[in-house]
Ligand binder design. Sequence first.
Ligand SMILES: [Zn+2]
Length: 69
Amino acid sequence: MSEKIVKSRCQEICDLCGKWIEEGERCRMIRDDFLPFMVFFEHLRCPDAAPAAQPDLPSPKRPAAGLAD
Ligand SMILES: [Zn+2]
């Protein structure tokens, strides 16, 4: 993975919060070295970065404890 601070050239969706990163805004670009087409953009600081769960995003994978009957 390589990470770089860039100025976005067009609107991008933040991979962390799912909100728009405006054109010309500085953001973090993350690229997978092995999959160069996989590029992610993140706000340097998400506008409403909150420790609470973000309902728009799928919840992180957890071990399926308690699901087995
Ligand atoms: Zn964000």
